[in-house]
Design a protein around this ligand. Structure first.
Ligand SMILES: [Zn+2]
Ligand SMILES: [Zn+2]
Length: 207
């Protein structure tokens, strides 16, 4: 710090040092720090700037997220509980169409007043930064293999059409002899199923 009378004094003199890394995820707890028993609830709307997720599914830049947070003052720090509400977008791993998956996930962490290895988070400058725990909760909640619907049939291995869009899709004249062999196997399976059906039913006796 330079003493008073410095030639290039800042024109703005602030009495409160602003939080150095204030983001939409930082919440002031100045009114409840070291006041055990005090509690506040805050609803935070965030537009995602840093994506959360992976190449297949995640909260993309610009996604809207709502965080409902409950901040409780304890002796050791501030206990933050909350729920994240958002929509993840990506693509179906089977048929590659766009999918939107609701994300509703809860989190809870203690932000300690003092540095303590037992706690991952600290209250800093009378603020708590919810981003890392929100990010962890969201990423852990995302499906590894997102699908457009549970029974998605994927794409035709031969021509690539989406099978759900083309019920009954088949190829009349297989180009590759290997497909012909598979088609033959399908036929055999069908025959054996018919036989099994006849055995379980009583229709054969009536004929
Ligand atoms: Zn699909
Ligand atoms: Zn096909």
């Amino acid at each position: 710090m330079h003493g008073p009378g410095g030639a290039a004094a800042s024109p703005v003199k602030s009495f409160v040092v602003p939080h150095s890394t204030k983001t939409p995820y930082t919440v002031s707890v100045v009114d409840i720090v070291h006041r055990p028993g005090e509690m506040r609830e805050k609803s935070i709307d965030v537009t995602v700037d840093d994506e959360m997720g992976n190449a297949v599914i995640g909260l993309r830049k610009g996604a809207e997220m709502t965080i409902e947070a409950r901040l409780e003052s304890l002796h050791d720090g501030i206990l933050v509980s909350g729920e994240v509400d958002a929509v993840a977008t990506g693509e179906c791993v089977r048929c590659l169409i766009d999918v939107s998956i609701p994300v509703e996930v809860e989190f809870q962490e203690l932000f300690a007043y003092s540095f303590d290895e037992a706690f991952d988070y600290q209250v800093q400058d009378d603020h708590v930064d919810l981003e890392p725990l929100v990010r962890d909760a969201v990423v852990l909640s995302l499906p590894f293999q997102p699908v457009c619907q549970e029974d998605c049939l994927g794409l035709c291995p031969e021509c690539g059409v989406r099978l759900l869009d083309n019920p009954g899709h088949e190829h009349a004249a297989p180009v590759d002899p290997r497909w012909a062999a598979l088609a033959g196997l399908d036929g055999l399976t069908g025959v054996s199923n018919d036989v099994a059906g006849a055995e379980t039913g009583a229709t054969e006796e009536k004929r």
